[in-house]
Every structure is written in structure tokens, then in C-alpha cells.
Design a protein around this ligand. Structure first.
Ligand SMILES: Cc1cc2nc3c(=O)[nH]c(=O)nc-3n(C[C@H](O)[C@H](O)[C@H](O)COP(=O)(O)OP(=O)(O)OC[C@H]3O[C@@H](n4cnc5c(N)ncnc54)[C@H](O)[C@@H]3O)c2cc1C
Length: 339
């Protein structure tokens, strides 16, 4: 457990916001978590639990203690002829874990290549991309309960996964920390999801058949061509969720806007593309000061350099107001607001 005082969090969030942490503690082993929970300047003073900082907007300096998840490790805990169960520590890089599985030819996570952040945060919003969600390969996780220091095993039902949501954003928000996540991956007779985005086109253009590796490579190439690299332009990926609306509302909208992209959901709602709504409202590529919606991807809000959290949030609220005025739809932020 390493303690620092008055530290800039700029290297620890992908928006690159220079908010200060009064105290930053790096939790480097699972055992550190229990010690931290008892430490006088630990949990009792905690204001922020930090993973890779790729899904948060720091709107102010953080008083008290910021705890950074940094413990690592991966191990196979069970194996059959067809499947392998891989337990991964919360502090492991998500993308490196995906590539580790790709290297073993284990399928399940390949469509989720190149998503920033750490493994422990992935269940929090049930990360998803290219027709696949974390929950599709999830087996269980271990959750350290801040209140009593007990470690609870949780399966998918306990986690309450849905679109960019889970129990960790709701009932268990701030109640504990995910220590590790176990994935159930497939060793043979793979089935692949290639119908979303441009995966199929990317494979065809390379003359490749779908495989764990070719899909991961294709997803990486597509993402690199479309999404700004946070190391170059600060961002947190999709800033807003795609709204899921009653089908009658979407039908009425489609009368006015026949081209509106719509995706019927199993629960009877219809998801519409937030990026399209934002583009129609005139915000795609529009820069105000140091903030703007990206020119190639209207759903990604970028920091052109030096923007503060409140500046970014003010811009986001203008986007919300425009979309609400034009379509009567309230966009919900996907990113976590801190402070
Ligand atoms: C360029 C870019 C592209 C992206 N693309 C996608 C995408 O395709 N799909 C997608 O779903 N997301 C995407 N994201 C969002 C983000 O990468 C994911 O949400 C990621 O899982 C966040 O991980 P993190 O470690 O950075 O979490 P952080 O931002 O550090 O934390 C997010 C939240 O989880 C909490 N948390 C973190 N770790 C734990 C833990 N171990 N236990 C309990 N709570 C915890 C934090 O307190 C915070 O509330 C993208 C982001 C960027 C910058």
C-alpha cells in the first residue's frame, strides 16, 4: 500500500483532467484492501475508488482519500475439454486480458478488444461493444463488502446486469469493491458475433475467416480508425447511453425522421442511436472552447486540452438540452460524475 499526498489525478483519468487528490493510496495486493478498510485515513475518509479512470468525469478536486485499484494476477481455476474458467484480479488491464485470451485461442471476449480500463470495473457498467457484453462470458466475481469486510461470491443474477448497468451502479454503489472476476471462455467449437459494426467487412477486406484472433484484430482496427485515442485527445468513450424508448414513441419519431437508427430490444423497448440524435441537433464536430463532440463519432465528447470537469459537464448539458428540445428525449450520461 503506497500513500501519496496532494497528487494530480491527470495521469489517472482518460479525460486528462488535472483534479487534485488530497490523498492517493495505491492498493497493490488484495490483502491491502482489508488493511485499507481499517486504516484511519483509509476507507473512513474515502471519496473516490479509482480503476483506470476511463469512465469518469472529475468535476472538482477530491478531498479525503482516493483509493486506486492496482492488484494483479490471472489464474485458470477450472478446465474441461470445451471451456476454461479464468479468474482475473481487478487491477489487470482489460485489453491485455482480452489479448491474453486471444493468444490462447479462448473465445468470448474478442469483440471487447481495446476497451480501456481495468477488469474490476468491467462488471460495473457491464461493458459492451460490437454485439457482445461482459455478461455473455461472465461466470462470477468476488465482492469485498466495506461494511463487514466479508468477501461475497456473486453470480450473474446477483450482479443484475443489463445495458451498461448492474447492481454496482445501483444498490451496491459505494458499498464495496470487486476483487476479481471469473470468465467462462470457450476452447473449441467457437461461435462468433460478426454482424455488428464493420467486423464482417474488415475480415473480408483482409481475406480472413472469423477466428478469435482475426475478430480481435478487426475490432482493434475499426476502433483505431473511428475512436480518438485518449492518450492524444482526452475522452471517456461514449459520453451518453443510447436511450431505450417505448416502441410507440420511436414509431412516432420515425414518421418525422424515417432514417432514425433503431434497434428493437428483447424487453419491447427500442434503442435509438444517441450519436445520431446528437448529430441531428448540430453538435457533431462542434467545438466550444476546449471541449467538443468528436468530428468522426458524435457520441464521444473530447477534451482538446486543458478543459476542466465543470467545463465538460456544462457542454454536455447543452447537448442534452438540444436533444431534448428537438426530439423530446432525455440523454443519460454513461460516464460517472465525480464531485
Ligand atoms: C476511448 C474509450 C472507449 C471506450 N469504449 C467503451 C466501449 O466500447 N464499451 C464500454 O462499455 N465502455 C467503453 N468505454 C468506457 C470505459 O472504458 C469502461 O466503462 C471501463 O470498464 C471503465 O474501467 P475503468 O477501470 O477505467 O473504471 P473507472 O473509470 O476507474 O471507474 C468507473 C466506475 O467503476 C467504479 N469501480 C472501478 N473499479 C471498481 C472495482 N474494482 N469495484 C467496484 N467499483 C469499481 C469506480 O468507482 C467508478 O464509479 C470507453 C472509454 C474510452 C476512454
Amino acid at each position: 500500500m503506497i500513500w501519496e499526498s496532494n497528487v494530480s489525478l491527470a495521469p489517472y483519468n482518460t479525460f486528462g483532467i488535472d483534479a487534485k487528490a488530497e490523498r492517493l493510496v495505491h492498493l497493490e495486493t488484495e490483502a491491502d484492501v482489508a488493511h485499507y478498510a481499517q486504516h484511519p485515513e483509509g476507507l473512513r475518509q474515502q471519496r473516490l475508488l479509482l480503476g483506470g479512470g476511463s469512465n469518469m468525469l472529475l468535476c472538482a478536486d477530491v478531498p479525503g482519500t482516493t483509493a486506486r485499484i492496482a492488484w494483479k494476477g490471472r489464474k485458470v481455476i477450472r478446465e474441461t475439454e470445451d471451456h476454461v474458467w479464468l479468474e482475473v484480479a481487478a487491477g489487470e488491464s482489460w485489453h491485455e486480458t482480452v489479448r491474453f485470451c486471444v493468444g490462447k485461442d479462448w473465445s468470448g471476449l474478442q469483440n471487447l478488444s481495446l476497451i480501456p480500463g481495468l477488469v474490476g470495473a468491467a462488471p460495473v457498467q457491464n461493458i459492451g461493444a460490437y454485439g457482445v457484453e461482459l455478461s455473455d462470458s461472465f461466470d462470477c466475481l468476488r465482492f469485498f463488502d466495506w461494511e463487514n469486510g466479508e468477501i461475497h461470491p456473486m453470480d450473474a443474477v446477483d450482479c443484475g446486469f443489463s445495458y451498461r448497468d448492474s447492481v454496482f451502479k445501483n444498490r451496491l454503489k459505494g458499498q464495496g469493491v470487486i476483487l476479481s472476476v471469473t470468465f467462462r471462455l470457450t476452447k473449441r467449437n467457437h461461435t462468433f458475433q460478426t454482424t455488428y459494426g464493420a467486423i464482417q467487412e474488415e475480415l473480408s477486406s483482409r481475406g480472413l475467416q472469423p477466428s478469435v484472433e482475426s475478430i480481435s484484430d478487426a475490432v482493434m482496427a475499426i476502433r483505431q480508425s473511428k475512436l480518438p485515442d485518449p492518450k492524444v485527445l482526452g475522452n471517456s468513450g461514449s459520453f451518453f447511453k443510447n436511450p431505450a424508448l417505448p416502441s410507440a414513441q420511436v414509431s412516432a419519431l420515425a414518421q418525422r425522421y424515417p432514417e432514425i437508427p433503431q434497434y428493437p430490444q428483447a424487453n419491447g423497448t427500442v434503442k435509438v442511436a444517441a450519436g445520431w440524435l446528437i448529430e441531428q441537433a448540430g453538435w457533431k464536430g462542434k467545438r466550444v472552447g476546449n471541449v467538443g463532440m468528436h468530428a468522426r463519432q458524435a457520441l464521444v465528447l473530447v477534451n482538446y486540452g486543458g478543459a476542466s470537469g465543470p467545463e465538460i459537464w456544462a457542454y454536455a448539458q447543452h447537448v442534452q438540452a438540444s436533444v431534448s428540445e428537438l426530439f423530446g428525449i432525455d440523454l443519460e450520461a454513461e460516464v460517472n460524475l465525480i464531485g
